[in-house]
Structures are given as C-alpha cells and as structure tokens.
Design a protein around this ligand. Structure first.
Ligand SMILES: [Mg+2]
Length: 190
C-alpha cells in the first residue's frame, strides 16, 4: 500500500508539546485565563489571543517545539516495520509552509540523527492534503486533524484519524477509522 503519513501529532508528539507550551505562555507570559475551545487542534483557535500575542508565542516556542518534540510512542518502530513489509511511506505535512525552509532542515536533521529515513517521498508545507493524497494515489492517510481527515475521506480515500488529545469526535464510516495509538494503527493495517 501507499501510506500517507502526517508529521505533527502523528510522527512527532508535537501537538502535546504545543498544548503544554500554549498553557505556560498564556499563564506566565500573558497572565490570562481564557482558553475558549480546548478541543481545537489549532492552537490559534484554542485561545482568544491577539495577532501580537499569537506571534509572541510563535517567536518564543515554535523552534523549541520543533526541536524538542519526541516521536509519538511507537511511531518509529511501526513505520520501520511497515517499510520492511514493503509499504511505500509518503510524508505529507504542513510543516515548512510560509517558506519556513529552516524547519524542514531541522526536521531532516532529526530524521538523520535518529536513523529514521523511512519516507519514500516528502511533501512539505502542504495545506491541502486531500489534493496531494489524490494526486499521489494514496491508499491510506494517517492524520490527527479532524478537518484534514474529513476532506481526505470526501475524496473516497481511506484515512486513519489518530486521536490522541481532547480533539473533536468524528463518526467513523467506510473511509474514516478513529484509532488511538500506533499499535492500533499497525493492527488495523495488518
Ligand atoms: Mg498533524
């Protein structure tokens, strides 16, 4: 199979580190207490922050998070297994959009340092993942953002919704399967 794999919240445990850092930033830096929607994956939509406050967070934490997020438990092991079993692995990530080449370089270094060069092809800076999944003839995409999953399923492509946070529920159907960790993902694919 050709399997599409998201980076943040799927390969790396970035989203959880974002959740920790956004909380610290709101409490310590902004001295506020007005989270508005804890289920939203997009941190800009979890808080009532001004543009300057949002930028302040990005300036202070974005690179730290990219450099320090761990791999998701089991992601490295299962992706290597899937590769050995002959699946093609295609990275499809929004990381690196807005011309942020720097973060692509950092990520490639992390892959190297961890002996984790499993992807046959990498699509960086992708906001419309459904389009790439269609063009690449992806058989199965793995993503943790409910909106991406719904759009990809809408193109009649199978998608695993990796739900690892107080994120929104999606009703599973013929194309969408909600799973909670990489062990379950491996079982499902096998
Ligand atoms: Mg993601």
């Amino acid at each position: 199979m050709k399997i599409g794999v998201d980076l943040d919240g799927v390969t790396f445990d970035t989203e959880k580190l974002y959740r920790v850092c956004t909380e610290l930033y709101e409490v310590l830096d902004l001295k506020k207490n007005n989270i508005k929607d804890n289920s939203n994956l997009v941190f800009q939509k979890r808080y009532n922050w001004t543009e300057d406050e949002t930028q302040g967070f990005i300036d202070k934490y974005h690179e730290y998070i990219v450099r320090n997020a761990n791999f998701m438990p089991g992601a490295k092991e299962v992706l290597k297994l899937l590769k050995e079993e002959g699946h093609k692995l295609i990275l499809i990530t929004s990381r690196g959009n807005n011309g942020e080449e720097k973060y692509i370089k950092i990520t490639e270094e992390i892959f190297k340092e961890n002996d984790f060069e499993v992807f046959d092809k990498c699509y960086w800076g992708i906001l419309d993942k459904a389009k790439i999944c269609t063009e690449e003839n992806i058989d199965l995409m793995i993503d943790d953002y409910n909106e991406n999953c719904l759009k990809i399923a809408n193109e009649s492509i199978k998608v695993i919704y990796l739900k690892d946070a107080p994120s929104y529920e999606i009703n599973d159907n013929e194309y969408i399967k909600t799973l909670y960790n990489w062990g379950e993902i491996y079982r499902y694919i096998r």
